[in-house]
Design a protein around this ligand. Structure first.
Ligand SMILES: NC(=O)c1ccc[n+]([C@@H]2O[C@H](COP(=O)([O-])OP(=O)(O)OC[C@H]3O[C@@H](n4cnc5c(N)ncnc54)[C@H](OP(=O)(O)O)[C@@H]3O)[C@@H](O)[C@H]2O)c1
Length: 257
């Protein structure tokens, strides 16, 4: 067990299950690993079977318990398979988001607007709707959504993405009001600039270095640094934190607002 996870209150009692969307790589995969270390059985979802199976293999090699559920958040079949799982979800992390192409709003195809809004916001609403009844009944639940500092700062050429992630702020604050009295917390983690395959593919090395340097800590974050915060908010220890929209950004927004 990594040293920072070896604290009373971070581990879950046996028998609990976590669901992580977009868990085949990047922040989602790091989160799945961190939650498995906390003793949760982890259901990893995403569209790429191979990536998910590799991540499940890594968790099992560490002595954890995990399974893959392959599917697209846009497909009804995926939601049916999720509803038919033989486990109830105690910890739900909605990390997946379909990237929208960079471009001014008038140039973004309608299908791409749907892709980002549906995978981030509509899927987030639907996951909450699916998971909350069991959590309320059990008197324990953790709902963690992955947003973006784009909600706080705006993002030129990424209107749909920022709109979808901003929608998660309203979702989280309102859902927290509905569920927190039942032992269910609901929070939003907002990464700043994190070094993942997605960001490596999206911007040049020069731009990446410049974006990392803009953070107060002077560098890009790692997926593990975001996962550690998600794992804390998912833990029994975080029982008095709810409705929070928390930047995990190395302070990239400081001085800009
Ligand atoms: N990296 C950053 O700097 C940064 C900054 C702010 C916010 N974030 C947010 O952090 C989260 C993770 O980012 P990341 O950098 O780790 O990128 P990533 O690897 O692209 O993670 C997104 C995941 O979502 C899954 N996904 C996308 N569309 C899907 C769909 N329609 N159905 C099911 N799964 C879908 C992808 O898996 P498959 O392709 O296998 O389906 C992918 O693994 C995202 O929500 C992102 O917006 C990242």
């Amino acid at each position: 067990m990594p040293e920072h996870m070896d604290q009373p209150g971070l581990a879950h009692p046996p028998g609990r299950t976590a669901l992580v969307t977009g868990a085949g790589r990047g922040i989602g995969k790091a989160t799945a690993l961190a939650l498995a270390v906390q003793g949760l059985h982890v259901v990893l979802t995403g569209r790429h079977e191979q990536r998910l199976h590799e991540a499940v293999g890594e968790i099992r090699a560490l002595g954890g318990s995990a399974q893959a559920l392959v599917g697209d958040l846009a497909d009804e079949g995926f939601w049916q398979a999720l509803a038919a799982l033989d486990r109830s979800v105690d910890v739900m992390v909605h990390n997946a988001s379909q990237p929208a192409p960079f471009g001014v709003i008038e140039n973004v195809p309608i299908a791409d607007l749907h892709g980002v809004m549906d995978s981030v916001l509509f899927a987030g609403l639907r996951l909450a709707r699916l998971c909350v009844p069991h959590m309320k009944q059990a008197g324990f639940g953790r709902l963690v959504f992955v947003g973006s500092t784009a909600s706080e700062l705006g993002a030129h050429g990424q209107v749909a993405y920022a709109a979808a992630k901003s929608g998660l702020q309203g979702l989280v604050r309102s859902l927290a009001l509905e569920v927190s009295r039942f032992g269910v917390t609901c929070n939003l983690v907002e990464p700043g600039f994190i070094d993942t395959e997605r960001t490596r593919g999206a911007v040049s090395d020069t731009v990446r270095a410049a974006l990392g340097a803009r953070a107060a800590v002077g560098r890009a974050g790692t997926p593990e640094e975001v996962a550690a915060v998600i794992a804390f908010l998912s833990s029994p220890l975080a029982s008095y934190v709810t409705g929070v929209c928390l930047p995990v950004s190395g302070g990239i927004e400081l001085g800009l607002k």
